[in-house]
Design a binder for this molecule. Structure first.
Ligand code: B12
Ligand code: SF4
Ligand code: SF4
Length: 317
């Protein structure tokens, strides 16, 4: 694992830790600042800067910065970044080998929610008697930036020193009192001022200079993560990953080092690819395919396999 600290932001050494060879960094935010974060979002809504895309709007409606009613004793939010690796997987099909990218947060790296919670108690809280409650309801990038953990890239994704943008964010309410009221400004990385690579590489022009928030209705991920036919305006050539899209991160200079550290997933054999693409009946091969791609479990296969099949078809057929 390549892991560099360039100390470009205000983080102290105590805000990073390693557990079982996985790297974490965290920020904290006093709940006194929740209203400020909500106002950041509301301002964007009032200025009509957000995409009208239905899926995106549904996701926005589910999110807010309210303290959970069942945990009124909560005092702080812990925002955690866990470094992730780009995955590569070879699909063999009709005598050819296709090397396909699996974005960092789309394949299971074996770390469970329980592992992460244990690591938080061990490395962050450090004392017994305190509770943490995970929340997926908040806008995680905004909380990460406002806590000083991350900065935005022009591509609207968060960057953490040493991890680039290859990370998973999570957040936890806690009753532990960090006695720190600091809140950081909304910041874009300095290097983005003189760089437009992501803007130019985005095949659908979802990134623009006029609106810092991407046009979520134009982002490929909005379509290839879910079931259904691709809209006609998404050219087949635009697709570049088994799910999600990597164009605005792959070519980013802030990811130059982390991109070298890939994880090679096990090759998918001709027969296994045929189970997926040509509906070859074989439960055993289907099982081994699911285990190798590490993107979902057998229980979710009915939902997920048609998505992977459709995505792979545009990449290799
Ligand atoms: C909805 C969603 C999507 C939507 C919309 C994406 C978006 N940009 O909002 C879609 C499906 C398109 C999507 C795509 C992806 N997503 Co997504 N997504 C989410 C989700 C569920 C909510 C995001 C959200 O709140 N968006 C709303 C916007 C308004 O929030 P925001 O960008 O933070 O808004 C602030 C800034 O824009 C800023 N701002 C506004 N103007 C200005 C001006 C300046 C100068 C500055 C500095 C700031 C600034 O202020 C806003 C707040 O006031 C989060 C999980 C979560 N619970 O948060 C994951 C999440 C953001 N996604 C994630 C990932 C990895 C992705 C993909 C990279 C996946 C992939 N490989 O394909 C792509 C990236 C696309 C992109 N370029 O952003 C990660 C991001 C990790 C990281 N490194 O940042 C998250 C956090 C999931 C996770 N648990 O880790 N995603
Ligand atoms: S490609 Fe350039 S502009 Fe885009 S996020 Fe990376 S450094 Fe910033
Ligand atoms: S993930 Fe792909 S489509 Fe979405 S903004 Fe980035 S480059 Fe554009």
């Amino acid at each position: 694992m390549i892991y560099m600290y360039d100390n470009a932001n205000n983080l102290t050494d105590s805000c990073k830790f390693e557990e079982n060879n996985y790297f974490y960094k965290y920020g904290i935010l006093s709940l006194q600042h929740l209203a400020t974060l909500q106002e950041d979002i509301d301002k964007l809504k009032r200025a009509k800067k957000l995409s009208e895309n239905e899926n995106f709007q549904r996701s926005m409606q589910r999110r807010n910065f309210e303290k959970p009613s069942e945990f009124q004793e909560a005092k702080y939010l812990i925002i955690l970044a866990r470094s992730r690796k780009l995955g590569i997987i070879n699909f063999h099909y009709n005598g050819k080998k296709y090397e396909i990218k699996v974005p960092p947060d789309f394949h299971d790296d074996g770390v469970t929610e329980e592992d992460v919670e244990k690591a938080i108690h061990k490395h962050i809280i450090k004392k017994s008697g305190y509770k943490i409650v995970e929340t997926e309801k908040i806008h995680l990038k905004l909380a990460a930036v406002r806590s000083g953990l991350a900065k935005y890239g022009r591509n609207n994704i968060c960057y953490v020193d040493g991890m680039g943008s290859f990370l998973t964010l999570s957040a936890y309410f806690t009753d532990y009192d960090f006695q720190n009221e600091t809140i950081s400004e909304l910041k874009m990385m300095d290097r983005c001022e003189k760089c437009n690579i992501c803007l130019n590489k985005c095949p659908t022009k979802a990134i623009s200079k006029e609106n810092f928030v991407i046009d979520a209705g134009k982002c490929i991920t909005q379509y290839n993560e879910y079931k259904g036919e691709f809209p006609k305006w998404i050219d087949k050539k635009f697709h570049n990953a088994i799910e999600g899209c990597l164009h605005c991160q792959y070519h980013c200079p802030a990811n130059k080092e982390v991109i070298k550290d890939i994880v090679r997933l096990e090759d998918i054999t001709e027969e296994e690819t045929k189970v997926l693409l040509d509906d070859l009946e074989n439960p055993e091969l289907l099982n081994s395919l699911i285990k190798k791609i590490k993107m979902f479990t057998l229980e979710d296969a009915d939902e997920e396999l048609p998505i992977i099949k459709r995505n792979l078809e545009v990449l290799i057929k």
